[in-house]
Design a protein around this ligand. Structure first.
Ligand code: CTP
Length: 407
């Protein structure tokens, strides 16, 4: 997925309940469109829904098992209705029939769909579809009022020619409108909405030959935690990551690279950005030439490792110019005289802030790879020393500082 097209649905999970209406066919296209946007879609198909679309066609599009039967022993073992209803970020019922809405309003749970709806702790959205007389019927309108009062969200039906031949309200919303409603629901809102943040994280690997490389102990944890914290404030985040064992965070465009030069190229491609955070522990050197074949031992002689310096990504991104992000933040990994080295780095790199941390071993433990960090924030106006805290909390505090910078 390209930077510009990353959808708010990327990485999100939908439980789609397909009710029994002629418009159920639209859900096949809906599933395809949601998956294209990076969403995971699991489907419960009601008995009456099965009259209009088949579990096979749904599974073919969703890439997941389609759930149909409340009392299926295997389903209960594999995935009970409670889990099914909770392992989603949102539950969408489409088409939501008059009957389904009446049951929901009354709290009836007599099949897998209605049971999952009663058991869920996630937001529920309905896309109703029915004949217009049924839509306007006092009972249906009463049920809708009750459901809205219960916090259920609605994608209103459209008006026009209905499958029964009548004209009026009750037509299932178009697929485009359902996708738009879901995107609106998941679109990040928050103080950093509209801002693009570029983050480098993890180590870089500099190949020596096909089996060896120069690397360092960075785990990527602090950079990934920052990516999540800034995403949660509504920013669009691009994460350029060296090799780590961490899962790619949802809703974040993660670009996997190995070497410093690949990291620089990925960063340049990701620009423009409003903020850049260089959290990566970039290898300072690489060999002048990567060998095509494994270097063999040569009668006790050491291999000729001719090292050259890697590009300084932070320094390059901080260089004044049209593409310079408004806020450029570097990290300083030091093992001694942390404050002095960090201050020198702030001046030398041309960045706006430096987050300094002591990465020396303390009682055999290092910040690198660990879950805690103790940092100092250096800016043009002074230095703040923060208490040691879990990396997630350090990330949240720094993300709040970035928010304050922009507000
Ligand atoms: N950095 C970078 N590209 C490099 C080296 C470092 O972008 N080739 C960034 C790091 O991501 C970090 C900052 O520069 O934000 C400082 O990195 P650090 O390793 O602490 O310092 P060095 O630049 O390597 O300087 P020194 O060797 O003096 O410690």
């Amino acid at each position: 997925m390209t930077l510009d097209s990353i959808s708010p649905l990327d990485g999100k999970r939908l439980l789609l309940i397909i009710g029994g209406g002629i418009a159920a066919y639209k859900c096949l296209d809906l599933i395809r469109r949601l998956r294209e946007r990076g969403m995971t879609v699991r489907v419960i198909l009601t008995r009456s829904g099965e009259q209009f679309v088949t579990p096979l066609s749904i599974s073919g599009l969703s890439g997941e098992k389609t759930y149909t039967d409340l009392f299926s022993l295997t389903d209960e073992v594999e995935m009970g209705h409670i889990r099914l209803s909770r392992e989603a970020d949102l539950v969408l019922v489409a088409p939501a029939t008059a009957d389904m809405m009446a049951k929901m309003a009354a709290g009836i749970a007599d099949n897998l769909a209605t049971t999952a709806l009663l058991a869920t702790d996630k937001p529920v959205m309905l896309a109703p579809s029915m004949n217009s007389q049924m839509w306007h019927h006092a009972a249906t309108q009463r049920n809708i009022a009750q459901l809205k009062q219960d916090g259920i969200l609605m994608i209103p039906p459209g008006s026009g020619q209905l499958a029964c031949g009548e004209v009026g309200a009750g037509r299932l919303a178009e697929v485009d409108d359902m996708v738009a409603a879901l995107e609106t629901f998941f679109r990040p809102s928050g103080p950093l909405a509209g801002k693009h943040v570029l983050i480098t994280a993890g180590p870089t690997y500099e190949a020596i030959d096909p089996v060896r490389y120069i690397a360092n102990r960075s785990s990527g944890k602090q950079g990934y935690a920052l990516a999540r914290a800034l995403r949660d404030l509504g920013a669009r985040v691009s994460l350029v990551s060296g090799p780590t064992n961490l899962p790619e965070p949802a809703g974040i465009e993660t670009i996997q690279i190995e070497s410093a030069r690949e990291m620089l190229a990925a960063c340049e491609k990701a620009l423009p950005a409003d903020v850049v955070l260089c959290v990566a522990a970039v290898a300072d050197w690489r060999t002048s030439q990567e060998m095509d074949q494994k270097i063999k031992k040569q009668n006790g002689a050491l291999p000729p490792l001719d090292l050259v310096e890697n590009p300084d990504i932070l320094k390059m991104l901080a260089t004044p110019g049209d593409n310079r992000p408004a806020l450029v933040i570097g990290f300083a990994a030091e093992t001694e005289t942390v404050a002095a080295h960090a201050q020198a780095k702030l001046d030398r790199k041309g960045c706006d802030w430096i987050v300094a941390n002591d990465v020396s071993l303390k009682n055999g433990q290092s910040v690198m790879g660990g879950d805690h960090n103790q940092v100092s924030l250096l800016t043009a106006t002074g230095t703040e020393d923060w208490d040691s805290a879990p990396k997630d909390q350090v990330a949240k505090r720094l993300a709040d500082k970035i928010e304050q910078y922009f507000t």
